[in-house]
Design a binder for this molecule. Sequence first.
Ligand code: AOF
Ligand code: ZN
Length: 363
Amino acid sequence: MASQAEDESFMARAIEVSRQNTGFTDTNPSVGCVLVKDGVIVAEAVTSIGGRPHAERNALDLAGEAARGATAYVTLEPCAHWGKTPPCANALAHHGVARVVVAVDDPDERVSGRGYQVLRDAGIEVQTGVLRREGERALSAYLTRKIKKRPHVILKLAVSADGMIGRKGTGQVAITGSEARRAVHELRARCDGILVGIGTAVADDPELNVRISGMEQYSPIRFVLDRRLELPTHSKLVKTARDVPLVVVEMPSSAEARDLAERRAVLASAGAEVLSAKNIEDLLLILGARGLSELLVEGGAVAAKAFLEAGLVDRILLFESPTVIGTGGIETPIMRADIPDTYSLVGETVYGPDRCFDYERPL
Ligand code: AOF
Ligand code: ZN
């Protein structure tokens, strides 16, 4: 019989394994599965890139006969539905797994509770809720879309030593160094969407794609909050709209809406999509319905403030740099000291001269 400490330690490993493909499994969650026999790991696997095969299937294939009598540690309730692959719950039973330990229940209406039922009906011992909070954190994008019908929102900010996120009228200013920049590009690759406000789109002329060689195909869909469709046609975003999807989000008042027809046509003919939303909340529900699970908000101050004020930021990644901006700086909308108590600091990482503080709130 495994002790609680042993269960938690193998589940921690399953969560770690699951993170390998987070953001690369389409609308499927990236799940981790560790098979243990006599206190030794016999196989471990993650949901495959693209979302299939599922983690349990991959681990069972690796273990073969060794799965018989083993305990499976799975970060999410094993599926019970006949989808594009046979259900994992049945596969675990078929391979003779004796015990299944799970962190998080699957809210998917085709699975919820049924996964456990299939296992119990097959005589398998089931234990749920082991490291639930940690499991929920690892599955936060999937769970947020399933439960709240909107993507999980990460706000990323790079703040100078004097509390600035940029300088007025000078376009992009480097605040963090190359190590932090690489981490941001890796994060972009794991997100389904990236969003900036029109102010930043005009001032910085960013491309918002992934520029890590070999990972360019993971560039997220780019969104610009552009109430009155002011994004210039000569911007890098519009010029690359046929290579990486670009969605320009209008939120006009009813009087303005009529005057935007021409701008809509110009942007559409350049390959951009124009999307109309009533407000940020409405936009997020539209994105959730399209299957976006993780949205990265990269600025600027106005967009960040709008998301914060609407209570729609789930995670804050605050990069602090020793760079000083000085006069003409644009003040950060939020400092570490003003982050509300609803968020907790879950990590701190050093990137060369910079530090990243990771704040999350529970689901
Ligand atoms: C698992 N293990 O590794 C994952 C699961 O379209 P399908 O057939 O692939 O099913 C997608 C659903 O399967 C998804 O909504 C979620 O409920 C579950 N994902 N389940 O047992 C896994 N990725
Ligand atoms: Zn499955």
